[in-house]
Design a protein around this ligand. Structure first.
Ligand code: N01
Length: 541
């Protein structure tokens, strides 16, 4: 057993808050606004020099959202959603950051955000029912509630490849892109990875660079985004009836409106299936998820969609060998589906080379490039598009200790354990917004974030009204929820490949399906039932 938090007695908590929030992305910002509205004292600590979370850090060329902008935005304020104008179907990163800065200004949030500061530790002080928190700038705080708004994809995965420090050119990671523009004109560039970030960045880097070499371990399914400028009449139409669109979104499995065809492929004729596939391809983007209700659970349906996309890849890529290498062999959408603009066509360019590293692997990075087996490749700039230590990575960077001094990291060593993705037993008054065990990354993140923020806010109101000091998930409720999350994932085809959903992209990370894949509406229903029963599954003290 771990020692209780003895060091607490030495902590000189200089500031007391009702709530300490970690992270100034979409989740942290709305949480701050909500708690302030409730009359609580709250403050955000944020490692970056500005707000935005994902959209602050991921500034790589081509970065843009893959859920339509009219839906990928806050809905808590009617005035906000009426006044903001999106310019493109899928907003680029810079516009998303403008939107976030507008929200910060509009709701006067900056005065309660401490930028450039990490939270190093959060220790639960059992005697006083308070979280004692230390920040990298030396701040010591005590807070009744500690709210982790640290994001699902925020801890960059930087593979430890031998020789990396010997590389003489600049090295970039898509998830930690520099703030100043990076110009690849006249450069030879190497990029490792072919996930969503790479699929967006590759077409643009290829246009700038003298030569681009792509090192691919696993090909990914991608569908055309069909991004375009938004027609002002379309925006007006939506704004006149925004609530209806938002309601359709919340009724959808993914918490956004995919104009879902409610039918399974097994209920459709061959002609209907063909027409649906072509329709989805024309619609573009993640609307593809709405094509067939059974694509995640029925192997035949999934194979049929996968074959359709593979045929499209073969049509787009002129070299049959390259097309074959770019064709995923996994279950369709087993790894997160990508939405692209000219990704596959980029491989028809003379200045782009695709290198298969699935068999030999990168053996070493050299001063002027890297080696795959014995084959050497040279370039001046290296881009890691190698993703993230998803869902748990950022939390594990903080020394979080609950009852009896037990660390969250130790508790989650065999995979994250939460009740509803919101709380972990033994860590009273600690909340994770869109934490593992919640629908989070399978949904429109902003809608899921709003649901969590409002739920946490309701819990806090309930505790105050009932003069209670703590809420703590019970072990039983947590075990039952974790089992349910696993059972639902086991009933799908999605745990059949080495995705980040399973933590399989991080060497040594336990393979556990982390997000809840039962769908947004059933999840919300479960949360509401729990609340109606006086927060069943929690101990309130
Ligand atoms: O990261 P990824 P990402 N050696 O993990 C490869 C969201 N997102 O940043 O598949 C060699 O998907 C790895 O290979 P493999 C979205 O949810 C959204 O692209 O593990 N290669 C893979 O090809 C997305 O899913 C948007 O075999 C290595 C790539 O690097 C999530 O973020 C845009 C390696 C990593 O792909 C993550 O996307 C961008 C190694 N050691 C991201 N380690 C939009 O909204 C990893 N790889 C559009």
């Amino acid at each position: 057993m771990t020692e209780p938090n003895k060091q607490l007695s030495q902590t000189n908590a200089s500031t007391h808050l009702d709530a300490l929030i970690v992270g100034a992305g979409f989740a942290g910002l709305y949480m701050l606004h909500k708690l302030r509205e409730q009359g609580l004292t709250a403050r955000i600590y944020e490692a970056g020099s500005g707000p935005g979370g994902t959209w602050f850090w991921n500034r790589y060329p081509g970065a843009r959202v893959d859920i339509e902008s009219m839906q990928y935005s806050y809905q808590f304020s009617e005035e906000l959603q009426q006044e903001w104008e999106w310019s493109e179907r899928y907003a680029p990163q810079a516009e998303l950051l403008d939107y976030i800065n507008h929200v910060v200004e509009r709701f006067d949030l900056a005065r309660d955000i401490q930028f450039n500061t990490r939270i190093d530790s959060a220790l639960f002080d059992e005697a006083n029912n308070l979280w004692q928190v230390s920040a990298s700038n030396g701040d010591k705080l005590s807070a009744k509630y500690c709210i982790m708004a640290t994001g699902c994809l925020s801890a960059a995965n930087k593979p430890d490849i031998p020789g990396l420090s010997s590389f003489t050119g600049p090295v970039y990671h898509t998830g930690e892109w520099p703030h100043e523009a990076v110009d690849f004109t006249g450069k030879r560039v190497g990029i490792i990875g072919t996930g969503s970030s790479a699929i967006q960045a590759i077409p643009i880097i290829a246009e700038q660079a003298d030569h681009l070499t792509v090192f691919q371990r696993t090909p990914n399914f991608s569908v055309p985004a069909h991004n375009k400028a938004l027609d002002p009449n379309y925006i007006t139409d939506i704004k006149q009836n925004y609530t209806a669109l938002r309601d359709r979104g919340k009724q959808g499995f993914t918490a956004f409106d995919t104009q879902s065809n409610e039918k399974a492929a097994t209920e459709m004729t061959a002609e209907e299936i063909k027409a649906e596939l072509n329709k989805r391809w024309q619609m573009g983007g993640l609307n593809f998820y709405g094509g067939f209700a059974d694509f995640m659970v029925n192997q035949e349906t999934n194979d049929m969609i996968a074959d359709f996309v593979r045929e499209k890849i073969a049509q787009k890529v002129s070299n049959p060998e390259t097309a074959k290498l770019l064709s995923p062999k996994t279950v369709f959408a087993c790894k997160r589906l990508c939405a692209d603009t000219g990704y596959f066509e980029t491989y028809n360019r003379d200045n782009v080379t695709l290198v298969d590293i699935s068999k030999a692997g990168i053996s070493t990075i050299t001063p002027e490039g890297l080696k795959v087996g014995d084959d050497a490749y040279t370039f001046n700039c290296l881009v890691f598009a190698t993703g993230f230590d998803a869902m748990t990575g950022s939390l594990n960077k903080i020394d979080i200790r609950g009852i009896d001094g037990k660390t969250l990291k130790d508790k989650w060593a065999a995979g994250p354990r939460t009740y509803l993705g919101l709380c972990s037993a033994g860590f009273p008054n600690l909340f994770t917004i869109s934490g593992p065990g919640s629908p989070s990354v399978f949904t429109n993140m902003i809608t899921s974030i709003e649901q969590h923020v409002e739920y946490i806010s309701d819990i806090i109101t309930y505790l105050d009204e009932h003069k209670l000091s703590t809420i703590n998930a019970t072990e039983e409720a947590e075990d039952a929820w974790v089992n349910h999350v696993n059972e639902v994932a086991d009933g799908t085809l999605l745990n059949s490949c080495s995705s980040w959903y399973l933590g399989a992209n991080i060497p040594g990370k336990e393979r556990v399906f982390m997000p809840y894949i039962g769908g947004f509406p059933p999840y919300v229903e479960k949360c509401e039932e729990v609340a109606e029963r006086g927060y069943e599954g929690f101990t309130l003290a």
